[in-house]
Design a protein around this ligand. Structure first.
Ligand code: SAM
Length: 216
């Protein structure tokens, strides 16, 4: 077994016990080589449970946060998912493993250079069920809506209305909200279009910048 794979398996097994992860999230995270989404200078830290710089002042999310968000979304095979904040593409790859080839992930990123990196990383690993687009994801991505699941990897001032609109009935949205103090919310939409909101707890994310986010 190569050195990276061994470290990855050790980290994911530790997270499985600490966070009581489901087998599907564990298997997906064991398959995705996080070190290949990280700039070479930080590669040796790829399997430490921490966010790391990916350029342009942005970060790759910590593995425990990727795992928690995947669990909260209750991802299923065949789900159509919108990710707001593609970064380097790592989280999208984990979600793509879970939804499988019958599912689809649309990953939107506002910084064109990062979107290009995400696209390159995902293509190199053969993730043809992920489409990376450049744009302001605080407005969602109308062209492919509605979505079974939506998750946001940057913190919003409040839950953007277009994301609720673009969610299917019975769908789930996971989003950090807040500025200095941030909380992760799980939002569910019922048959009447009514919203149920649950606060999972305190988190730390980079800001969501855009029309329904913070100012640049
Ligand atoms: N998903 C990434 C991963 O795989 O680890 C982590 C992404 S990073 C924590 C958050 C990303 O959100 C940054 O790349 C940032 O540029 C992006 N972002 C911020 N505001 C955005 C917006 N309005 N639309 C799309 N992306 C946005």
């Amino acid at each position: 077994m190569d050195e990276f794979k061994e470290k990855r398996e050790r980290l994911i097994e530790r997270l499985r016990h600490e966070l009581e992860l489901s087998d599907k999230v564990v298997e997906a995270m064991k398959k995705v080589p996080r070190h290949l989404f990280i700039p070479p200078a930080y590669r040796s830290e790829a399997y430490v449970d921490t966010p790391l710089p990916i350029g342009k002042g942005q970060t790759i999310s910590a593995p425990h946060m990727v795992a928690i968000m995947c669990e909260l979304l209750d991802l299923k095979k065949g789900d159509k998912v919108l990710e707001v904040g593609a970064g380097c593409g790592y989280h999208a790859a984990v979600v793509a493993e879970i939804v499988g080839r019958e599912g689809k992930v649309i990953a939107i990123e506002r910084i064109p250079e990062l979107a290009e990196t995400a696209k390159r990383n995902l293509e190199a690993l053969g993730y043809d069920n992920v489409k990376v687009v450049v744009g302001d994801g605080s407005k969602g991505y109308e062209k492919e809506a509605p979505y079974d699941k939506i998750y946001v990897t940057a913190s919003a001032p409040k839950i953007p209305e277009p994301l609720i609109e673009q969610l299917k009935v019975g769908g789930k949205l996971v989003i950090p909200v807040g500025d200095f103090t941030q909380h992760l919310y799980v939002v569910e939409k019922d048959e009447k279009g009514k919203i149920k909101k649950e606060n999972w707890g305190a988190v730390r994310f980079v800001p969501l910048v855009g029309e329904h986010g913070f100012e640049d």
